[in-house]
Design a protein around this ligand. Structure first.
Ligand code: ZN
Length: 713
């Protein structure tokens, strides 16, 4: 198929008839506009859900129809077909899976468009690694996949995307996970990293943080390996017998500094479309400068084995049966990284299910690009998303219409630095702020344990939705199984840091976001063995968890798109914020404090409670025509909340991140850093910066409070 520039919208299929272009969206909440409701209603009469079309009972009947419609047959077929390709961004395999998915979605009667950008990215040409002491030997940069593996020739050398190219060599120093405390431990023992090759193990933080910190500590280069204690044989049987990492499996991965800003390094805050000026690569604030490469544990073993120096502490010891030492000495390595930089096409797939009031929309998405075959990461999330789209298309043909539109996205280039979702959000920031209700992300839906992250306003929707979906393996509801994983307690919902495609939508634009998936025993992350065989023999043999994730995310989207009063609770957010402030209080620099901000959070709590009470009373015995304006007023207030938590100036250490309550940690990369500007000022013991950060947060909380009050009266 032909793929055009970023604004290209290719309309096909049954849904084309009822379409309203995205540009027709207005900032006004148009819940009461007559729109084409009458047509939707007459179509719906044929579906006989036994209730007045558009009514809450009618929508709930269709929610049940949706759950009945979602099935594992299409996800299985799609996953098998796409996992034959290497789906790395910018490759022919990626283009092939794009064509396939677009064809399948159109065949399901859906309106599909391709949203394209041109992004500055790296490409591995030749990765040549060697151990040079005590003996000379090559270090492999590719798995030995079984003969006959389709498209095995498309597996390029495993590498760290956005590493600079170049040649470096030297003595090795083992740095454990490469966290700040690991470098402090090295320093306290007098181990000097200057000019050395740092050897870090994967885990505990984002690999871009490892490379960044090693660079800051004077290393000349870095190797990152997967220790068998973390996801290899120490955990259990390895591929193909089990789900854990075999000796030659390499964790590829980007080291772009996504915690400074993600997306195209040359267009921070702007979409990488043809008209956007690019900054020079030297000016980019998220490009690493340390030559870095990933290796398998089978290759790391002889390097670790030969290291001399003092014995490392107990919590630095890994899964091999010899003592791990700090070095330097004993082991030397050389890295010869031939890495090209070029403009790469990044193509998101966007499916639109138009609502009867099409201005507002709910987003659901997953990245569609993969490092190798990527059956779990992330064809699982992508086929879950495609299955939601397919099932919604089926309902649509029966005359069902959501109130608000539902937009489903297959993001490209996530693995390199959240490229597709970031450029999409940057291209539409203003429209998304005005019209996006929420975003539900899926990155990894194959596994045995349910897991979810969200902003606090979506906690209750997650709990109540998971109670209405059956668990994959007869454990009652998803909520029951999820709670069972937490010893019967209320399950924990993680707060969102970074590492997947909600980042730009939540933290740059201010769209309330959730992350839904399945996890569990699995060590094949970003290796060539994340394939159909591993899914079907160990991880999700009947594609049941991938189907269940589609039910949970799809039902959340349906409820957000169809309920009269948008089901998000900012009183939970206000309480969480007050708790976070209390946790931070002891670290406030002398002469400062969190009293003012806490006071603002309490006012916000009162205002959001009043707003929610009004919403509940309007909803109670059905919304009458006369109550529509009041419902619209409540919804407008709800939708203003998340955006209010962003500030145009962003947080001082990285202004691209606008959100005042949640950002990724600077030394963790993935994990959420709550109240980032305050926390960083506290960490630096900088009273002025703390006061300024508090002032920004208070402004956000006041804006949110005023918006809530306007909706409550
Ligand atoms: Zn992923």
């Amino acid at each position: 198929m032909s793929v055009r520039a970023s604004t290209a919208v290719v309309v096909a299929g049954l849904m084309g008839a009822a379409l309203v272009p995205e540009t027709a969206a207005t900032a006004e909440d148009d819940d009461t506009r007559p729109a084409d409701a009458s047509r939707a209603q007459s179509d719906a009469a044929a579906a006989r859900p036994g209730a007045r079309p558009g009514s809450p009972r009618w929508q709930r009947a269709y929610q049940r129809r949706f759950l009945a419609e979602v099935d594992n047959a299409s996800p299985r077929k799609w996953s098998r077909a796409m996992a034959r390709q290497v789906g790395r961004v910018g490759t022919e395999g990626n283009a092939e899976t794009l064509r396939y998915a677009v064809r399948e979605l159109r065949a399901a009667g859906l309106q599909v468009s391709v949203d394209e950008y041109s992004v500055y990215a790296s490409r591995p040409v030749d990765i040549a690694l060697q151990q040079t002491a005590p003996r000379q030997r090559p270090i492999a940069s590719l798995e030995e996949v079984p003969a006959g593996t389709p498209n095995a020739d498309d597996l390029a050398d495993a590498y760290n995307a956005y590493s600079p190219g170049g040649q470096v060599s030297g003595e090795v120093v083992y740095v454990n996970y490469g966290r700040p405390q690991d470098y402090a431990a090295l320093e306290s023992r007098g181990v000097d990293l200057d000019g050395k090759i740092a050897l870090a193990r994967y885990g505990a933080n984002f690999r871009g943080v490892k490379s960044d910190l090693a660079d800051q500590h004077g290393a000349a280069g870095m190797l990152i390996y997967s220790d068998p204690a973390d996801d290899g044989f120490v955990k259990g049987p390895v591929y193909p017998e089990g789900p854990w990492r075999p000796a030659d499996a390499i964790q590829r991965g980007s080291i772009q500094e996504i915690y400074r800003y993600p997306g195209d390094p040359l267009t921070p805050g702007e979409p990488s479309t043809p008209g956007t000026p690019r900054i020079a690569p030297e000016e980019a604030g998220n490009l690493p400068s340390l030559p870095t490469a990933p290796i398998a544990y089978g290759e790391a073993r002889p390097v670790l084995r030969a290291l001399s120096g003092a014995r490392a502490p107990k919590d630095w010891q890994g899964g091999f049966d010899f003592p791990y030492r700090f070095g330097p000495g004993g082991s030397e390595v050389s890295l010869d990284l031939q890495i090209d930089y070029e403009q790469v096409p990044v193509r998101n797939i966007v499916v639109r299910v138009p609502g009867t009031r099409p201005g507002k929309h709910v987003l659901v998405g997953a990245h569609r690009d993969t490092w190798a075959f990527g059956a779990r990461d992330n064809l699982s999330g992508w086929v879950s998303t495609m299955e939601i789209a397919r099932a919604l298309g089926d309902l649509y043909r029966d005359g069902w219409r959501p109130r608000r539109s539902i937009v489903l996205a297959g993001w490209d280039g996530e693995e390199y630095g959240l490229l597709g979702s970031t450029e999409y959000a940057e291209a539409r920031a203003r429209r998304l702020r005005a019209n996006a209700v929420a975003y539900v992300n899926m990155d990894g839906t194959a596994g045995s344990e349910f897991a979810a992250g969200a902003v606090p306003s979506l906690d209750r929707l997650l709990f109540s939705t998971t109670r209405r979906v059956d668990a994959p393996r007869g454990q009652g509801s998803v909520y029951d199984a999820w709670s069972g994983q937490a010893d019967g307690q209320r399950p924990e919902i993680e707060r969102l840091g970074s590492g997947s495609d909600y980042t730009a939508l939540l933290q740059h634009v201010g769209v309330a976001s959730a992350d839904v998936g399945y996890t569990g025993d699995w060590g094949l992350y970003h290796s060539a063995y994340d394939d159909t065989r591993s899914i079907e023999e160990t991880v999700d043999p009947r594609y049941r968890s991938q189907t269940t994730a589609a039910e949970v995310s799809g039902l959340m989207a349906l409820r957000l798109a169809t309920e009269d009063v948008i089901p998000m609770r900012y009183s939970d957010y206000a309480e969480t914020t007050a708790d976070l402030l209390a946790e931070l209080a002891p670290d406030a620099p002398a002469g400062t404090g969190v009293e003012e901000a806490t006071q603002r959070a309490r006012e916000w709590l009162r205002a959001t409670r009043a707003l929610e009470e009004r919403g509940a009373s309007l909803r109670q015995d059905g919304v009458t025509a006369g109550e529509r304006p009041a419902v619209r007023q409540v919804n407008r207030a709800v939708l203003a909340q998340e955006e209010a938590l962003t500030r145009p100036a962003g947080i001082p250490s990285r202004p691209w991140f606008k959100h005042q309550v949640f950002a990724p940690g600077l030394t963790t990369g993935y994990a959420a850093q709550p109240l980032p500007a305050l926390a960083e000022a506290a960490e630096a013991d900088d009273a002025d910066a703390f006061e300024q950060a508090s002032d920004q947060l208070e402004r956000s909380l006041r804006t949110a409070t005023e918006a809530a009050r306007a909706g409550a009266s």
